[in-house]
Design a protein around this ligand. Structure first.
Ligand code: PGA
Length: 250
């Protein structure tokens, strides 16, 4: 039985003070009602330390939104895996479509980042997903399979990896994939993991859905057999909405 995982990806939102307030609000809204599922928050780099202090003593994990693949050096504007490890991150989101779309990240550089994050003992949330054109052309299976394969190239095992299926056309658009559309792709991803790592690894890996998840659609999405939680953007910026989504996964 896979334990569901719901992570709030705050993207480029909230000052440090606002992040402190939101993290406290999430803890208050969650209460002690849900321990069945794993929960994480991914604020901006700037707010990681502050949010870490808020989360101390709770079961909510700290997550980062990206990281560089070198330990340190002349990479102006970047943050490395050892820095994230030192600040207490348990997870790092990698390969988000916004990183691929706006910052030129590719399966190759995502793969380097994944290896670095695993080497530093943190877990990875690997994001994959097709664009609207790719869906309309019917190539989503090939696109998502090659993102999984390319991202995981030469990665020895997937026990510390969560995959997030996030169709680009559903991110921040209010347009959610139907639970059937999402389930279809989640099953494709699980089959791909089975091909690469065997049936046991595929059965164990958690695959989140992301893209306009809201309190009103979360329960249906999370009831699908291969959907193991969600990566939540917009709705994670409201403590009550995020908590309601977590409860839908419990
Ligand atoms: P959204 O974002 O929930 O705002 O669609 C999800 C994501 O990009 O992780």
């Amino acid at each position: 039985m896979r334990r569901k995982i719901v992570v709030g990806n705050w993207k480029m939102n909230k000052t440090v003070a606002e992040s402190r307030e939101l993290a406290s609000g999430v803890l208050a809204a969650l209460g002690t009602s849900c321990s069945a599922c794993e929960v994480g928050l991914a604020p901006t780099f700037l707010a990681l330390d502050t949010v870490r202090h808020v989360l101390e003593g709770s079961a909510v994990a700290l997550a980062a939104q990206n990281c560089h693949y070198e330990d340190d050096g002349a990479y102006t504007g970047e943050v490395s895996a050892p820095m994230l490890q030192a600040v207490g991150c348990g997870y790092v989101i990698l390969g988000h479509s916004e990183r691929r779309q706006y910052f030129g990240e590719t399966d190759e550089t995502v793969n380097l980042r994944i290896k670095k994050v695993l080497e530093k003992g943190m877990k990875v949330i690997l994001c994959v997903g097709e664009t609207l054109e790719e869906r309309e052309a019917g190539s989503f299976e090939a696109v998502v399979s090659s993102q999984v394969k390319g991202g995981l190239k030469d990665v020895a095992g997937v026990s510390d990896i969560v995959i997030a299926y996030e169709p680009v056309w559903a991110i921040g658009t209010g347009k959610t994939a139907s639970s059937e559309q999402a389930q279809e792709v989640h099953a494709i991803i699980r089959r791909k993991v089975a091909e690469l790592y065997g049936a046991d690894a595929a059965e164990a890996i958690r695959i989140q859905y992301g893209g306009s998840v809201k309190p009103s659609n979360a329960a249906e999405l999370f009831s699908m057999p291969d959907i193991d939680g969600g990566l939540i953007g917009g709705a994670a910026l409201k403590a009550d909405d995020f908590a309601a989504i977590v409860r839908a996964a419990c």
